[in-house]
Design a protein around this ligand. Structure first.
Ligand SMILES: Cc1cc2nc3c(=O)[nH]c(=O)nc-3n(C[C@H](O)[C@H](O)[C@H](O)COP(=O)(O)OP(=O)(O)OC[C@H]3O[C@@H](n4cnc5c(N)ncnc54)[C@H](O)[C@@H]3O)c2cc1C
Length: 441
């Protein structure tokens, strides 16, 4: 097995991470990267693991969700994270890197590795034998065509993200819990009503707000079901009241008749995070915070994730993949990176590392044994291969964790998070030691 190359398509964050892990563990890897012959609309170089936009890999705070993921990746010896540490620049609590130094250093580690062959070509379909597809949000058209055939309706091209808020920061004095027309057995929605004056103030602010400029390759052509709220509002001052903010069928127990209502839907079973239903937007992050806080129940809200709409090719991973990230229809084909519906540099690298771990288990003929759900890696995996309902890409945030999987969580939010962080890294260490033991046998 070590002699037959494992093919990895895409030398981005996920592909580079996976290639290096497998090569370090004795496997021959052919890493296929289409740049520079064929560039994506966002990449500028031929380097491996190029960061296409921000140079930040998010928070280093050990009791933040990205901080927890970093601790686990560091423990597993992640190429991306160790190189980021080496190429870091001063950025306060964030881990930011000198992007050229970072990508050049990864490229050098890949190019000089005796067991990695870096091939610059565009791949149109998987190879015979084990292939890991890690071609990212801007997967080339030819491979996209193959993906379309394999996944039928399980392939998405745009990511329309509505903001997610922290439940504990919603002011329930200005909200009520109810389902529209009382449908369903359990009341699932938090409803944030607005009076006529509040609604018009909100619309006026929305129409004047600053939007994120479109990239040249992102046409302002939206599916009718996921129009940004500012585009709906631009069609007429009342239009949001007949769309995502419609008040019909919602009875405010205070007796007031809402003029418009924003509905919030639970993001996870533990209801620690709520999604602003239908509120996908292209507003800048600063404007989103300012304008959404005009809604009375959200005056002091904390955002777990802000909204966006951007070009993003990804598959409906929970429907299409086995828990080990292999394609159900064709189990020699594995997936990693943003294509699986994670969002972000480190999240992509993390799925690359996990896919490589699972490929090695398979190559060694040992059982599939994943990081448990009470680790950051496990929470990310649970997102990609767990529930299908309303599958949208996710960053590493606390909303991915199920608190029930952790023991004795009590105290204020900081204490709960710090206890989760401490347990997660311990659980990761236990998993990693067992993983290595089983793979050595
Ligand atoms: C415009 C834009 C801005 C972004 N900004 C941020 C940001 O600020 N912060 C953040 O965390 N994330 C950002 N992202 C998301 C970012 O792309 C991912 O976090 C990360 O790069 C995904 O890693 P990946 O390995 O899955 O894909 P990539 O890093 O994109 O790597 C995929 C690789 O596959 C190659 N490839 C594609 N098709 C083929 C083919 N057929 N054959 C061979 N090679 C192929 C590509 O050239 C590329 O090198 C942004 C994405 C876009 C599109």
């Amino acid at each position: 097995m070590t002699q037959v190359p494992i093919h990895i398509i895409g030398a981005g964050l996920a592909g580079s991470e996976a290639a290096y892990f497998l090569a370090e563990h004795g496997y021959s890897v052919s890493l296929h990267e289409m740049r520079p012959a064929r560039m994506t609309p966002a990449h500028k170089t031929a380097l491996c693991a190029e960061l296409v936009c921000s140079n930040s890999l998010k928070s280093k705070n050990p009791i933040s969700a990205p901080g927890m993921l970093k601790a686990e990746l560091r423990h597993l010896g992640s190429l991306i994270l160790t190189t980021a540490d080496e190429a870091s620049v001063d950025a306060g609590e964030a881990l930011a890197v000198d992007r050229h130094l970072f990508a050049e250093s990864i490229s050098a580690k890949i190019a000089t590795h005796a067991r990695i062959t870096l091939v610059h070509n565009e791949v149109q379909k998987p190879f015979d034998g084990i292939t890991l597809i890690a071609t990212g949000p801007l997967t080339s058209d030819t491979l996209t065509h193959w993906l379309q055939e394999q996944t039928k309706r399980g392939l998405y091209f745009y990511d329309a993200i509505a903001p997610i808020v922290d439940t504990s920061s919603i002011d329930m004095n200005f909200a009520f819990i109810a389902n529209r027309y009382d449908k369903g057995s359990d009341a699932a929605y938090i409803n944030c009503p607005l009076s006529q004056d509040e609604y018009y103030a909100f619309i006026d602010a929305l129409l004047q707000a600053e939007q994120v400029p479109l990239h040249a390759f992102e046409e302002a052509k939206y599916f009718s079901g996921c129009q940004p709220i500012e585009a709906i509002a631009a069609a007429g001052r009342e239009s949001l009241r007949f769309g995502p903010m419609k008040p019909v069928g919602l009875v405010d127990p205070s007796g007031k008749k809402p003029y418009a209502v924003l509905q919030l839907r639970s993001e996870n079973r533990s209801a620690t995070a709520y999604n602003m239903v239908g509120f996908q937007t292209r507003l800048t992050y600063g404007e989103q915070k300012r304008i959404f806080r005009l809604i009375p129940a959200l005056h002091h809200v904390e955002f777990i994730r802000l909204g966006s709409i951007h070009r993003n090719t990804y598959i409906c991973a929970p429907d299409l993949l086995h828990p080990d990230l292999s394609l159900r229809k064709s189990p020699c084909v594995y997936f990693a990176g943003q294509l699986t519906g994670v969002e972000g540099y480190l999240e992509s690298a993390a799925t690359g590392l996990m896919a490589a771990c699972f490929i090695m288990q398979r190559a060694k003929g040992v059982r599939h044994f994943a990081p448990p759900a009470n680790t950051a890696l496990g929470a990310l995996l649970r997102h990609t291969t767990g529930e299908t309902h309303n599958y949208v890409p996710a960053n590493m945030t606390f909303s991915l964790f199920e608190p029930l999987f952790f023991s004795d969580l009590h105290g204020d939010r900081e204490k709960v998070r710090s206890s989760m962080a401490a347990q997660a890294i311990e659980n990761c260490k236990i998993w990693w030691s067992q993983y290595n033991k089983e793979c050595e046998c």
